[in-house]
Design a protein around this ligand. Structure first.
Ligand code: ATR
Length: 270
């Protein structure tokens, strides 16, 4: 019998997750269906109940429901506890198991696909909202030399820094104005500034020679990507992360790891 999965969000019509998971299923011979479902803003919990009643095996959760999914799950993985957000749910009897594959997806894209090990690197994480929190701990687990969190509202960067228990890696929180004398090997944009085509007022001196500038957004060149390119950085968008976080979720549900390269290649063409 076909096992049913879905992605829940609002809005959701532009989601690439159904295409990604259907390609994974085809590639691995798994008999699953996967659809995009728009949950009403005040009706996420009811939609989850409906899916469980209909025998769905799990779902992905995207904006704006990741915190609600975290609160709804009755079993939480370590990764979701650190992120305080859930992007993957698995339904098993009475259990609603919550996990978060975003950070692992980002790290895998940078390390495996782009070929840049993060261990020993100087990393700048720009942003201190949900997206930044979702990737912070998986980045720290790679043991970079240094992690600086920088945000338009510095207090939020400080709050995020305070959530870090890891004392192996040096973690600092600063405003954009304090980045003048620093250079980084990997600069990750986890802000939503690209959504409004806004520039982020970071100095052009932050890019170390051969630096990677990674924007977690995908779909088009953001002002951050253009700025980084102009100042000599290698630039990547978040499409690889999208596919990798999906692969982690697929693995969690189906216990098989799909190959991501053919899926990335296909999405880049569409
Ligand atoms: P998300 O879940 O995408 O992280 P969020 O929790 O609302 O959404 O956080 C948005 C992040 O993008 C924040 O770090 C925000 O900075 P502030 O904390 O100062 O609001 C950042 N952001 C949004 N627009 C920005 C802009 N135009 N310039 C710089 N940072 C921006």
């Amino acid at each position: 019998m076909t096992d049913k999965y879905a992605v829940l969000g609002n809005p959701i019509s532009h989601s690439k997750s159904p295409l990604i998971h259907r390609m994974f299923a085809e590639q691995t011979g798994q008999d699953i269906s996967y659809e995009a479902i728009e949950a009403p803003l005040d009706g996420f919990a009811a939609k989850i109940e409906e899916l469980r009643a209909k025998g769905y095996k799990g779902c992905n959760v995207t904006v704006p429901f990741k915190v609600e999914a975290f609160n709804l799950a009755n079993q939480l993985s370590q990764k979701s506890l650190e992120a305080e957000a859930v992007n993957t749910l698995k339904f098993e009897g009475d259990a609603i198991i919550g996990d978060n594959t975003d950070g692992a997806g980002l790290v895998r894209d940078i390390e495996q696909n782009l070929g840049i090990p993060l261990k020993g690197k100087r990393i700048l994480l720009i942003g201190a909202g949900g997206a930044a929190q979702g990737v912070l701990h998986p980045i720290l687990a790679t043991e970079p030399k240094q992690l600086v969190i920088s945000n338009r509202t510095p207090d939020k960067a400080l709050a995020l820094k305070k959530s870090v228990k890891n004392d192996v890696v040096s973690v600092e929180a600063v405003g954009f104005g304090e980045l003048d004398n620093a250079q980084f090997d990997v600069i990750i944009n986890a802000t939503s500034a690209g959504l409004t085509d806004s520039e982020i007022p970071i100095p052009s001196t932050i890019f170390a020679p051969g630096a990677l500038a990674y924007d977690m957004m995908y779909g088009r060149e953001t002002p951050f990507m253009a700025f980084a390119r102009q100042h000599g950085a290698r630039v990547a968008d978040g499409l690889g992360m999208l596919v990798e976080q999906a692969a982690e979720a697929f693995c969690l549900w189906r216990r098989v790891r799909p190959e991501t390269k053919p899926v990335r290649d296909r999405l880049r063409l569409s």
